[in-house]
Design a binder for this molecule. Structure first.
Ligand code: HEM
Length: 220
């Protein structure tokens, strides 16, 4: 397990580095056909169920691995805590939607990403912060998708069925600001920042690839 801090890069704003380095990946993710159809509320309800199941795969092991990491490096508790766990929300959404789809079968893109991330957890666990940055940052856009999804499937305004897409409600901007400050305040080594950024790029691409796999299903 590599927890070694290399040359100090505490003067670096890791959030600025992440934002700059992943800008193109974000553009590709948000412009992908799946996201566009999602925003328009035009993906079939069955595909919404399948997507939630994929996201459950993405979040579940990430979150328990982050919990383990926080036990080892207590300073990371400012970045990740129980309130930021999304896997339980997905379980609640699926229960509310009464999804009858057979137990979580991952599409290839999901399975690949989980393997990649589980390997990282063994070799370079701090890099998981890059995956968490992407999933946490996605709450900036997904709360707008939640509104379309509620309308499209006639789901209640109280959030049942869309709690994963809109986990914080009106607190989202504040939760995002708190996350950014907590990340910026971490004393990360240069090598750590590099691996967090690389993981963030790969996470964006994985989420895009999962959407791509589901577009094919929606059309099929
Ligand atoms: C239609 C889809 C999407 C829309 C409309 C959207 C919109 C946004 C918006 C408005 C912001 C805030 C920008 C700011 O405050 O400067 C944002 C940030 C972000 N989004 Fe998205 N997004 C979408 C898809 C995604 C997806 C699929 C992901 C992840 C796979 C994602 C990850 C992020 C991240 C990590 C940030 C934080 C960027 C930063 O460091 O400031 N977004 N998005």
């Amino acid at each position: 397990m590599n927890t070694t801090q290399t040359s100090d890069s505490s003067g670096t704003n890791v959030m600025q580095v992440l934002r700059d380095a992943t800008a193109e990946h974000h553009r590709r993710a948000e412009r992908h056909e799946f996201q566009k159809e999602f925003v328009r509320g035009r993906i079939p309800l069955s595909v919404y169920h399948t997507w939630l199941r994929q996201m459950h795969r993405v979040h579940e092991s990430l979150e328990w691995r982050l919990e383990a990491l926080v036990q080892e490096r207590r300073e990371l508790a400012s970045v990740f805590d129980i309130e930021r766990r999304k896997a339980p929300m997905i379980v609640d959404d699926l229960a509310f939607l009464d999804s009858s789809e057979p137990a979580s079968v991952p599409v290839l893109a999901t399975a690949r990403f989980v393997v990649y991330r589980d390997e990282l957890a063994e070799t370079d666990p701090v890099a998981l912060l890059g995956a968490f940055y992407v999933m946490e940052g996605s709450t900036n856009g997904s709360r707008f998708i939640a509104a379309s999804v509620r309308k499209a499937y006639d789901l209640p305004d109280d959030g049942r069925g869309t709690s994963y897409l809109d986990p914080y409600g009106d607190r989202q901007p504040d939760m995002w600001k708190l996350f950014k400050v907590a990340m910026k305040d971490l004393a990360l080594g240069e090598t750590e920042v590099g691996s967090i950024v690389a993981t963030a790029c790969n996470t964006f691409d994985a989420v895009t690839a999962i959407g791509e796999a589901l577009v094919c299903r929606g059309n099929g």
